[in-house]
Design a protein around this ligand. Sequence first.
Ligand SMILES: *Cc1c(COP(=O)(O)O)cnc(C)c1O
Length: 464
Amino acid sequence: MIEKKPLKKSRTKRSELCEIDNNHVWHPFTRMLEWDSSEKLIIEKALGNYLIDTEGNKYLDATSSLWVTVHGHRRAEIDKAVRAQLGRVAHSTLLGLGGVSSIELARELIKVTPKGLGRIFFSDNGSTAVEAALKIAYHFQQTRGKKKAKKLRFIAFTGAYHGDTVGAMSVGEIDKFVARYNQLIFKAERAPYPYCYRCPVKSTYPGCRLKCLDRLEAILKRNPDSIAAVIIEPLVQGAAGMITSPPGFLKGVARLAKRYRALLIADEVATGFGRTGTLFACEAENVVPDILCVAKGLTGGYLPLAATITNERIYKSFLGTKKDPDAFYHGHTYTGNPLGCEAARANLEIFQREGTIKKIQPLVELLAELLAPLAHLEHVGDIRQRGLMAGVEIVMEKNSKKSYPSSMRTGERICKEAENYGVLTRPLMDTIVILPPLSIKKTELRRIVTAIKKSIITITEGRA
Ligand SMILES: *Cc1c(COP(=O)(O)O)cnc(C)c1O
């Protein structure tokens, strides 16, 4: 059910908003030299799967407002839960105090996360969830006696994205943007992620029998007792370009981590809450990580809230002894914010009441059907989909898989073109992202893919 209220006119005129934005707002991941608000939409409100700009134009939110919106915008149940909480308390701290909302959310989260994960550390966003996970793993390994004290390095994957704080950046791919901070970050070991379209070990699935896993094993073997944890985006690497891993890869990583006694950190900040077709991506391969990070979809896309969830074995290692008590000396001011927790609880309730996971299965199939014909386009190199997360990789030359020069901004121009069809999305380099809210309707999904198809043709083939 979507709340319907009359939409009021914008508070400030668009021209004025543009001027203030240009003069005072520093946009994330943005070359500000080229930024001009007058060329951009300014979003004022939303309804269901649509965003509405200051001029009253409606756009399908094909990227779930950067991968967060789950059951649509202005869901009556979530709105109501947040409003009700405003009538109690907007914020109180978890440092030295309990909070009804965070306790009740913990109870509900434990019910749905993989078995064995029963201890929740709350924070505010994906980066903090990862940062906490890295520190927990690092700290945990030091509590395991002298022999284990050297287990202090991390293995991450090529193409990985885990957030923008210094620790999270360290386990992310070192591209030209991160290279600037080279002296600041710690060095992580890097294993190949199965980007099958451009296979890192020059093989083909399934004939390869997941040869890429051998590289991970080699790193683990080469560093006996020195790896604290392996961190992975299970099933789909989001920011890398919606890179989907073939069946068995995640399971293989989990098996190797266990064999070499490294912890497994699953960063489900993007994949969590139904995006890949199961509530959590790990479920698809029956993997239970030692540490699970969630954020983006946790509150249904309403408020910044994150959780780092561990098993009891890790948690207990932080207790120390009566004589020598230990603690996880880490925490953020807004930890376990009650408004966020109430939104998250309402979000989980909708999953349960509406059977969201079951409900989206036909949408997942429809998306695959709709995307399949795009493979015939002259400049579509690869189509990747897992659940309702999809990416269409555009290439300059199909045979050689050669990309367009980045200066051509092909992905960006395709997405800008899609605006003309009332569809909003954001590319990852030249991969066009389709990541709609789970509440998307079949007709809306059709509109999204049609708009993207037409936009690809217009931009890459120069015809409408
Ligand atoms: C978005 C993302 C993050 C970072 O989350 P923020 O809330 O932006 O800090 C971390 N990991 C993954 C996999 C993500 O997609």
